[in-house]
Design a protein around this ligand. Sequence first.
Ligand SMILES: CC(C)(COP(=O)(O)OP(=O)(O)OC[C@H]1O[C@@H](n2cnc3c(N)ncnc32)[C@H](O)[C@@H]1OP(=O)(O)O)[C@@H](O)C(=O)NCCC(=O)NCCS
Length: 175
Amino acid sequence: MRTDALLLQPLTEADYGWLCALYADPVVMQYIGTGVRTYEVASGVLDKMMAALPPAGYWTLRDRATGEPLGGGMLMVRREGSPLEVGFLLAKAAWGRGLATQATKALVGHAFEVFQVPLVEAFTDSRNDASAAVLLKSGFHDLGLTAGPYGGTDRKFAVTRQQWLGEIKAALEKK
Ligand SMILES: CC(C)(COP(=O)(O)OP(=O)(O)OC[C@H]1O[C@@H](n2cnc3c(N)ncnc32)[C@H](O)[C@@H]1OP(=O)(O)O)[C@@H](O)C(=O)NCCC(=O)NCCS
């Protein structure tokens, strides 16, 4: 997959080194799960993501012009039967350029258009305003505070396929 500025490529083991460095960065991990992860924990999660069945998956995010690795984006199913969930993280140097929004739109479009899933959800730490902004700009709706996937209280976001298709149609009609 590609966006204006990004290449989204399926995760490979060659990516573990730089990605695990992101998962060990306290700035990047401030609002994710229980915070920084050791190489063992982070690579274990990546192993699971690499083995996940579509539509779930993990994509590396690279600068489309230079190939520089910038972050990761994922579609995951936490428990059998749970809705598909989107997640994303970027190196600090890549923040503030609209890249997470591009990646989120590409991943969610993939889930709806290729796999026809009915719903995509996302959970953010309630203090993570940048992540909330990414989700709202990507067509998600704020469903308020709820029990999050890591045991605490998180803000839940969701978008249905119908809402997504409606927004695409409205955008095309505006052109
Ligand atoms: C969250 C994250 C992915 C955002 O990436 P990004 O590429 O900078 O996001 P975008 O540029 O697409 O959009 C960010 C939006 O949040 C806004 N924003 C940034 N920091 C903000 C803050 N502290 N408070 C409110 N809004 C903020 C930006 O202004 C932008 O909105 P705008 O385009 O309307 O101006 C990035 O900060 C990150 O990787 N953080 C660490 C990992 C993480 O928290 N991941 C999400 C887990 S749910």
